[in-house]
Design a protein around this ligand. Sequence first.
Ligand code: WTA
Length: 637
Amino acid sequence: MKTEPTDTKKDDSLLYHPPKSIMRKANIKEYEQAYAKSIADREGYWAGEAKKLKWFRKWKEVLDDSNKPFYKWFTGGKINIVANAIDRHLETHRRNKLAMIWEGEPGDVKTMSYHALNREVSKFANVLKSMGVKKGEIVTIYMPQIPELPIAMLACAKIGAMHSVVYGGFSVEALAGRISDAHSRVLVTADGGWRRGKITDLKAIANEAMDRSPTIEVCITVKRTGQEVHMENDRDFWYSDLMALPIASPSCETEVTDAEDPLFILFTSGTTGKPKGLVHTHGGYTVYTSTTLRNVFDIKDEDRWWCAADPGWITGHSYLVYGPLINGATIVMYEGAPNHPYPNRWWSMIEKYGVSILYTSPTAIRGLMRFGEQWPKRHDLSSLRLLGSVGEPINPEAWRWYHEVIGRGECPIMDTWWQTETGGMMIAPLPITPLKPGSATKPQFGIEVGVVDENGEDVKAGEEGKLVIKGPWPGMARTIYGDADRYAETYWKEYEEQGWYKAGDSARIDEDGYIWIIGRIDDVIKVSGYRLGTAEVESALVSHPAVSEAAAIALPHEVKGNAIHTYVILKNGLVGDKKLEEELRKHVSDEMGPIARPETVAFLESLPKTRSGKIMRRVLKARAMGVDEGDLSTLED
Ligand code: WTA
């Protein structure tokens, strides 16, 4: 049965009703009352969800708010995420169920049952132990999308070590900075990966980054491509060699960790300075990712779940690796580009593996939409039940294409709003929620959302305001690694009195209570759904010998959502030309990674600044877009 909009007068009232067949079988059958109940007794709600998991010892207190904003969840409880994501399935029918179906870009396929995944994870956990990896230590992982990436993450978690996954598309500077912030002693990488028919130079980049990182003692490299790479004596080991040694025994006890023990850090861009490492924990994160996935995406035992995000970002952590494995699902993972060798690669994989839920970004949808309907039309996509979107606002046109062409007009689109900091989905529909294209709809259970002004007053329906979360939730990041003050300052200071979390986004709530995310209100840029900071792009530019000062802004882009545009002041006497522009764009790409490559570099004599010397990016943006520059009273002459 096709879903039809019930009203086409104005966008806010355009409602798509999920098909009855989906609603009837949904894990959650009713929202309004259950939501009200979860807010009236949040701790009760979260305790109920936590009970569905395997604990070594039950918690004493659900929420400890004695040291705000450093909330603690399930204190006194003993748990390990791996005991939930793997161990407990081994005692059920899931032992022989597929945990993972992986396809490499060249077309090679690997599958792994939960039993096999446990063996690999346990073996690698023993390898890490033999390298002296201890509880609480941070292992940096820099890999392409190959099975060894989730295996390495799970192996760290299993022994109580923390992982810091650095996106495989990042370059030397970004990797070196993150290794040094984490004081990592061990790096896990690969000799390369496949992307658009080419081999990436992962190990060469890792080598250069390690030259700048004195803390590294051991580097373990997976042989993925077989290309020639430089291996340093006494530091570099092949993954396969280590896994063949007797120390890599397939039996390994899962470490008993405290609910509040850190599970990982993940670096993400903020308003100022260097990226910050957000810390997530074993207890709250396990509860939050598994519950939200079950509610929003209705995960069932027979589902084939494909989250097409890279594990190097939070979406990959929460919903490619942990959330689905805790729920005992079969995950699909793919190494390469969506349009390689042809733009039907994804659609052919959906057909081949019978994928029932696809979770991706609006940029990916817009990118594939450009190639036209004929590519998906070649494939039987009838296995799909639900579709998901994350990372940036989805424009109604892409929403409709996704719904109609990919979802045959039947699959509801779960537009999910959340952040690295939130650990999991915060605002998102359930499979029973009537949808409005472009709105992430309503808050998840236990989550109270507000759209407020400077004073914390709710703005009127339809008006823009700051998005806040009213109170803590189990999946929240606990701190910024090594910088607790910055954590308190960035997220909790502005609404300290009320105890609210400031998201850094602006939004509006319509008359039906539907939430519409507008975008970032700070200097974070979302390019193709990837999160970057203007400050990082600027510091990459300034590291070039010709550049004296730089500013970066985001301007709308048809496919990427936003693109980076930059302005530079050159050092004395230098003149900007096309050649230098190209050189600077390449320089940023070499330093940070291709996703940060600026669309344009413009040469200016001066940058608009406040009297205190802060660059007014807002003015640059207004000029570039030809709109009113707004209040200029703080502008220096
Ligand atoms: C943006 C990604 C609109 C938002 C999970 C947020 C979205 C930032 C949506 C976090 C959505 C994420 N609609 N905007 N459905 N989802 N965003 O940390 O600006 O990489 O603050 O986490 O992405 O990005 P992050």
